[in-house]
Design a protein around this ligand. Sequence first.
Ligand code: KG4
Ligand code: ZN
Length: 315
Amino acid sequence: MLIFGIETSCDETACAIIKDGREVISNVVASQIKTHEIFGGVVPEVAAREHLDTINVVINETFENAKKDFNISPDDIDAFASTVGPGLVGCLLVGLNAAKALSLCYDKPYIGVNHLQAHVCANFLESDLKPPFICLLVSGGHTQVIKVDDYDKQEIIASTIDDATGEVYDKAARLMGLSYPGGIKLDKLAQEGNKNAFKLPTAKVKENEFSFSGLKTAVLRLVQSYKGKELPVNDICASFQETITTTLINKTKFLADKYNIKTIVLSGGVAANSRLREKLFELQNEGYKTFAPKMKFCTDNAAMVASCAYFNRIK
Ligand code: KG4
Ligand code: ZN
């Protein structure tokens, strides 16, 4: 079964064609990072207009690649899918209308997809991972631990009570003068720093909660304490990264034990983080099976949307 997916929930215009939920036939992502960099974050109205300008180009390129590499034509597609939420409404509407138009044109079904479930399904792409597993979803807007009992049976068992992980990364990076999106830049600098240089706080919350606002404030205070002096950016990045990844992995491991599930996987943009991946894979020494999506499937893309449409379709 071939599904054409579209993702436009935030600042990536993306289309993909996926076979049977796992095999990538074509995958195109146009990022808007350059546009939003000058504002220090995503401006919803600007993002929606850029999706409008870009969507047809990305659709055409996705079909062209499928023809060139696999001799697959638009008529061969079995269903069209798009992200319906959560996300920026003006942005979502661009992808949704494009997918519905294609489904009308080619007389094939339309499938609406939840963006977070799609992030989880990024783990099925080019892999043979099967449920059950525990998934730590860490993106720009969400932090959740999800119990995946089956392809179409997912339950949120923990989530943040304030900031999302990617959001804290971007805000901490901004406090240190790094440009948007700061997460990936903070990750790079952290690799050059001393992770034990500063002791940063970890919130005491319930077993089904995360909280990162205290950590964010601690970074602010630390940066302020260096006013007029050279900021030890690499050491602050490394200490911040160690604190947040330890919290995330410890809670996920605790919940995996609680539900007696021995496979732990990552998803979402922050799943691309070097230390988080390292800490996840270290769990193999403790008898867990671990898994993370390929780097290109961590941040927003449409391959995960098409995969999710396949696994969650009405059979
Ligand atoms: O999943 P995603 O592409 O978009 C949302 O659905 O939110 O996640 C984007 C987030 C941003 O906050 C970005 O800074 C963060 O993922 N991110 C990272 C890294 N790569 C992307 N954060 C930490 N380390 C990284 N390597
Ligand atoms: Zn996302």
